[in-house]
Design a protein around this ligand. Structure first.
Ligand code: BTN
Length: 260
């Protein structure tokens, strides 16, 4: 990947053909600069949210993680996942010239198909110097040979697979997709690491949401909640209008959302 030869990123970015999980590599790594990135072409034990596995076969995706040191930008912790989601959407727009939508909390969608997911993990050490956040993003670039596994076949899609014709018509070279996406992600995640203000990221996040104005059921935390999505605050929390007209702010990522 030619971009990685750029001396400006060499000290912070590592790429490997296969890793267990890029999140785990960064979690276990000793001291690293703020914004260190690990990317892989395949993962043997990719992890998703809520303890699920993340399908990460060779030649079909890009799997990467970034580690931010909390002490280097304390404000970032409150909006890092929302920010990474906005960065990922913009990177796909740049690399593939298509516009994915965001399904709260942080799935990237093309129509009904999920093309990327995000997993954020943190370390809450008593010593502020040792606190960090790892954000991992997995992109499906191409439909895997033999298709997606049955359990996810209905919901999963890939950037080039979902948009193959439009992509080819625009002169897109599939081989470049991975390199362009990685370059755009490195730029975007580096800028996010310096960001003090969530507003521009929140603005982008809202613009790409596919849920604003829609009636939804929220499940996963006690009684299901029924309401209408008003929007999102600057930290990516969901603003839900309840049947009685009151507004509830939903912070937890442990919920699943189902449009009615
Ligand atoms: C989800 O959709 O549930 C989140 C998926 C996150 C997958 C990425 S791939 C890179 C990083 N390493 C992992 O093991 N998981 C994240």
């Amino acid at each position: 990947i030619p971009y990685l030869g750029n001396p400006a990123v060499l000290d912070r970015v590592r790429w490997a053909e296969v890793l267990g999980s890029t999140n785990d590599v960064l979690k276990a790594a000793p001291d690293l600069p703020h914004g260190a990135i690990v990317a892989a072409d395949a993962q043997s034990s990719g992890r998703g949210r809520m303890g699920r596995a993340f399908f990460s076969p060779k030649d079909s995706g890009l799997y990467l993680s970034v580690r931010y040191r909390t002490a280097d930008n304390p404000a970032l912790a409150d909006f890092v996942t929302m920010g990474a989601c906005a960065v990922s959407v913009q990177a796909v727009e740049k690399a593939a010239d298509i516009t994915p939508k965001i399904k709260w909390v942080n799935d990237l969608m093309i129509g009904p198909k999920k093309i990327a997911g995000i997993l954020t993990e943190g370390r809450a050490d008593p010593d502020p110097q040792k606190r960090w956040i790892v954000v991992g993003i997995g992109f499906n670039l191409f439909d895997p040979e033999g298709g997606f596994p049955d359990e996810i076949a209905e919901r999963a899609g890939s950037i080039a697979g979902t948009t193959a014709r439009a992509y080819a018509e625009k002169g897109g070279d599939p081989d470049d997709l991975r390199a362009r996406l990685l370059a755009a992600m490195i730029d975007g995640l580096t800028a996010l690491g310096q960001a003090k203000d969530p507003a521009p990221y929140a603005e982008r996040y809202r613009r790409r949401s596919n849920l604003i104005g829609r009636a939804v059921t929220l499940t996963g935390a006690g009684e299901p909640l029924v309401g209408t999505v008003i929007g999102f605050d600057d930290f990516g929390h969901l603003r839900l209008q309840m049947a009685d007209g009151t507004e509830k702010l939903i912070r937890s990522g442990e919920l699943t959302l189902r449009p009615l």
